[in-house]
Design a protein. Sequence first.
Length: 382
Amino acid sequence: MKIGIVCYPTFGGSGVVATELGKALAKEGHMIHFITYSQPSRLDFLNENLFYHEVDFRSYPLFEYAPYELALASKMVSVVKNEQLDLLHVHYAIPHASAAYMAKQILKTEGIYIPVVTTLHGTDITLVGKDPSYEPVVTFSINQSDGVTSVSEDLKRETYEFFKITRDIEVIPNFIDLEKFKKQKKDHFKKAICPNGEALIVHTSNFRKVKRIKDVVDIFYNIQKEIPAKLLMIGDGPERAKAEKQAHDLGISHDIRFLGKQEAVEEVLSVADLFLMPSEKESFGLAALEAMACEVPVISSNTGGLPELNVQGVTGFMSNVGDIEDMTRNSLFILDKYNLPRFKESALKRAKEFDISNILPLYESYYERILAKSREEMLSHK
Ligand code: GMT
């Protein structure tokens, strides 16, 4: 199959999923064309089936905001034509699904029919998509997609609940390449961070409000009052500076390291004892799955799709959003030396269920179904 993948190329979860999916499909022999505004950060290896097309959107004195969607739609049109793509798969509804709709209509005028699959990732539905300034376009472009997938049952439920959706949504969960995330112990790194055998706690995110970074620091503050511990904060974003100040005000700066964006997150996770994800909303929680793949148990909120990943009392614990006390209590329980080994083992066992080898066939057979359906529709219109 020749597939065009459109996504955000940055460190966000949707871009990671889209890029890893494209890489895995290319390994299976599909021709994958990434159409993005810069090279996806995880597009880090050479494969004869992988191609990258950069969307160049020009600025013009008249534009206060350059019309990115138009440049993206035009690029999709040219890539579909030049590379004779079979299907476009867009990740994150805004603005990718509506740009794909426009590209599809343009191509139709030239007798080219290209099916579009839209994957809903989370905030495109639960936050930004609900905003009245986007909602009508989001609803329309989801309904106009030939196929729609969602990364969890909960996100699917929320999509139907809030938007007037007239089509089926297929749930295909996030996945992990366990081969890549196989525990590669960097003991020297752990020794440098935790010289006295402290517990190592990790949080990774894009430091947006929805991640409740303040809760991460508060939970850690409570933990380190009880046991020696260190916290690594990986990633960057709007809430980072506030968290650094909070750590300073609480007098625990020396126990928290803000590492910024990291490419090899698995190397840090491989030496961690506990992962914190107290998010306000989380459609799936890919970062938690990455932690589990490195044998790290998870303390999370019980919001969104997290209960579909984190198994209560087995791979970690879930608490109500903002329940710092409960999250602290559960963290201390997991970190107890008699409990930690079984939580670690269960976390890895659960992560294996989401291995790419289990999830990739779901996407491939979904593409086949959508292609077959769209061929039928095309023939009936001729
Ligand atoms: O929140 C992020 O980390 C980024 C965001 C995105 O769309 O780039 O992530 C969403 O998609 C991920 C991949 O499907 C999910 O694992 C995350 O749970 C989801 N984030 C939220 O729902 C807040």
